[in-house]
Design a protein around this ligand. Structure first.
Ligand SMILES: *[C@@H]1O[C@H](CO)[C@@H](O)[C@H](O)[C@H]1NC(C)=O
Ligand SMILES: *[C@@H]1O[C@H](CO)[C@@H](O)[C@H](O)[C@H]1NC(C)=O
Ligand SMILES: *[C@@H]1O[C@H](CO)[C@@H](O)[C@H](O)[C@H]1NC(C)=O
Ligand SMILES: *[C@@H]1O[C@H](CO)[C@@H](O)[C@H](O)[C@H]1NC(C)=O
Ligand SMILES: *[C@@H]1O[C@H](CO)[C@@H](O)[C@H](O)[C@H]1NC(C)=O
Ligand SMILES: *[C@@H]1O[C@H](CO)[C@@H](O)[C@H](O)[C@H]1NC(C)=O
Ligand SMILES: *[C@@H]1O[C@H](CO)[C@@H](O)[C@H](O)[C@H]1NC(C)=O
Length: 405
């Protein structure tokens, strides 16, 4: 599979028109074969095959109305790169108080936001099984393509092979979704309420005309923080939570950000981010991307190239408003999955001084019905982009079956 990486695969991952890659997908890759109900909820829907051709994907904007208690950010938006680099240096200094200085009181926000979404179902059957849907939330620095990057590197393909339908989207601010003010609006609390509203749509027939019975949340990194907060605030939304790139040790985050080199996105990459305000930040080079997300020799450099091509970032508001929550009322099963050498979320080693995944249960999930964990060998933070990914996917789907999902 790995040797099948090709230029076409990269174009696909970069969002170019998807060429059907399997005969099954080819046969079904047309609107006429897809029940009209499946397109429900998507504005101007398009149909593609997934990276490896195992799934048929419906893609388009979904309008989501949500409100949340954001936090008022007291620091002004950076006017130039000198200020961004200075703030990061202040953030990294000994006993920094910048994080506290930045935060004001609650700031209620609301609105209707265009969220670019994809729903992918098994090509082999050409139908959606409404028993279970996997609800995938990407992290910072990457967009929705994290879940469907290239042939052999696609959570979506693996899930489809196992009969599962997946729903994933560009979080507010990133990819093809709306990108309002990145300081006061694009923050964790609003992102969590948007996820909550999307799940209500999935459960009540608002998307694809399906009333999904079970919703399994799968997060990565900052997306896991959001999945975690969702289980804390809306404990009935998810029937199980899978947290990847998530542990009880975030002390490597400083080293991660030191290497990533946050930069004003519209200046560093105007081709992709010219329409973003200065509150949108990204990394300037592939070296920082590798250091934050990858671990050699556990990956193919062609996949690192794709990550660099599709790299997203973090907003000023997301940078300051984050953290984990104790989900004391969540009673579903919880699974934690990490790359062994995750820098930001395990400080570079998930087993030193001791296992930092097993501690998630006591720290954040006292009422979980069941708890399990998995460490992908020789992988860094972006586990899906490493050779260890298929082992992690297999573990996660075994976890789902074990719990009847
Ligand atoms: C939606 O699903 C219902 C029940 O399965 C079906 O009767 C209806 O025709 C579907 N709507 C569309 C637009 O396909
Ligand atoms: C950035 O803005 C500050 C004022 O906030 C100014 O002193 C500094 O010279 C500016 N840097 C550049 C490179 O223009
Ligand atoms: C940092 O703060 C802690 C208490 O929060 C204090 O014990 C420690 O001495 C401080 N370190 C320095 C270098 O000031
Ligand atoms: C939405 O926010 C506006 C202020 O921007 C406020 O006037 C309005 O009451 C809010 N609406 C809801 C439903 O919270
Ligand atoms: C849908 O999935 C559930 C759980 O795996 C399974 O029991 C059921 O038979 C499936 N339904 C169809 C129509 O394949
Ligand atoms: C958990 O549920 C109980 C009973 O509904 C409620 O009183 C409590 O506030 C909830 N705790 C949290 C942290 O949401
Ligand atoms: C978790 O579930 C598995 C499979 O059902 C079971 O064997 C195990 O005992 C459970 N563990 C706990 C702590 O409940």
């Amino acid at each position: 599979m790995r040797s099948a990486m090709s230029f076409a695969a990269m174009a696909l991952a970069a969002g170019a028109i998807a060429a059907p890659t399997s005969t099954i997908a080819k046969r079904q890759l047309s609107f006429v074969d897809i029940p009209t109900g499946y397109l429900q909820g998507f504005k101007n829907p398009t149909v593609q095959s997934s990276a490896g051709g195992q799934a048929i994907c419906i893609s388009g904007m979904v309008d989501v109305t949500a409100s949340a208690n954001n936090i008022q950010i007291k620091l002004p938006d950076p006017t130039n790169q000198t200020e961004v680099s200075e703030r990061i240096a202040e953030f990294l200094q000994v006993n920094s108080t910048l994080g506290q200085q930045a935060l004001g009181g609650p700031n209620p926000v609301n609105g209707t936001f265009g969220i670019y979404s994809q729903l992918c179902f098994p090509a082999a059957t050409g139908t959606i099984n409404a028993t279970t849907i996997e609800f995938l939330i990407h992290g910072a620095g990457l967009d929705r393509t994290y879940w469907n990057t290239a042939p052999g590197y696609s959570y979506v393909d693996y899930a489809a092979q196992q009969g599962y339908t997946t729903f994933f989207y560009d979080r507010l601010g990133w990819g093809l979704s709306d990108h309002p003010d990145g300081t006061q609006i694009v923050q964790l609390p609003l992102q969590v309420e948007i996820a909550h509203e999307l799940i209500q749509l999935l459960r009540t027939g608002g998307i694809a005309n399906q009333t999904f019975e079970y919703v399994v949340g799968v997060g990565h990194s900052f997306g896991s923080s959001q999945t975690n907060r969702l289980t804390a605030l809306h404990p009935d939304d998810l029937d199980a939570a899978v947290l990847t790139g998530f542990s009880t040790d975030n002390s490597g985050m400083a080293a991660g950000f030191a290497g990533f080199g946050l930069s004003i996105a519209s200046q560093i990459n105007p081709l992709r981010f010219s329409d973003r305000s200065n509150s949108y930040l990204t990394g300037p080079n592939i070296e920082g991307t590798q250091q934050f997300f990858f671990r050699w020799p556990g990956f193919d450099v062609a996949v690192l190239d794709i990550a660099e091509e599709t790299k997203a970032g973090i907003t000023w508001g997301e940078f300051f408003v984050n953290g984990q929550s104790v989900a004391s009322n969540f009673t579903g099963p919880v699974d934690v999955v990490n790359g062994e050498f995750d820098l930001p979320n395990c400080h570079g080693n998930c087993l030193i001084p001791s296992n930092k995944l097993t501690t998630v249960k006591d720290a954040y999930y006292p009422a979980a019905s069941n708890f399990s964990w998995y460490i992908g060998p020789d992988a860094g933070h972006a586990l899906n982009l490493h050779y260890a990914a298929p082992g992690a996917y297999e573990h996660i789907h075994n976890f789902l079956r074990t719990h009847g999902l």
